[in-house]
Design a protein around this ligand. Structure first.
Ligand SMILES: [Zn+2]
Length: 111
């Protein structure tokens, strides 16, 4: 489960930016649907790792970001969730993707 490593990275980043805070109350993340990170595993891992840290009571908010696929044949744009998607309008394979590929720490609320 590589989500544990990903969760560790997020918390490390959060602790660094909240170095002067007494506690972290909220962590906001954007999770792309092509990031390869499973949302429930990630939540589970963060919740496990935040125990006994300044983030132990924090709420984790995850915004899911969809990937947009551009069809070079008919020019339409659509939300896709796989690398090998086909255009819903003309059925051509979609070769160009944008967004949805990452996981970002968006915001932190601290006290
Ligand atoms: Zn098309």
């Amino acid at each position: 489960m590589h989500e544990v490593g990903v969760a560790q990275e997020i918390l490390t980043k959060a602790f660094k930016s909240a170095a002067d805070a007494k506690k972290i109350t909220r962590i906001g993340l954007t999770l792309g649907n092509r990031s390869g990170v499973d949302r429930s595993s990630l939540e589970f891992a963060i919740n496990a790792l935040k125990e006994s840290t300044i983030a132990s009571e924090c709420v984790v908010e995850i915004i899911e970001e969809k990937t947009i696929g551009y069809c070079s044949d008919c020019g339409s744009e659509s939300y896709v969730d796989a690398f090998f998607a086909v255009c819903p309008r003309c059925n051509s394979p979609i070769l160009e993707y944008s967004g949805g590929g990452g996981l970002t720490l968006n915001y932190l609320d601290v006290e």
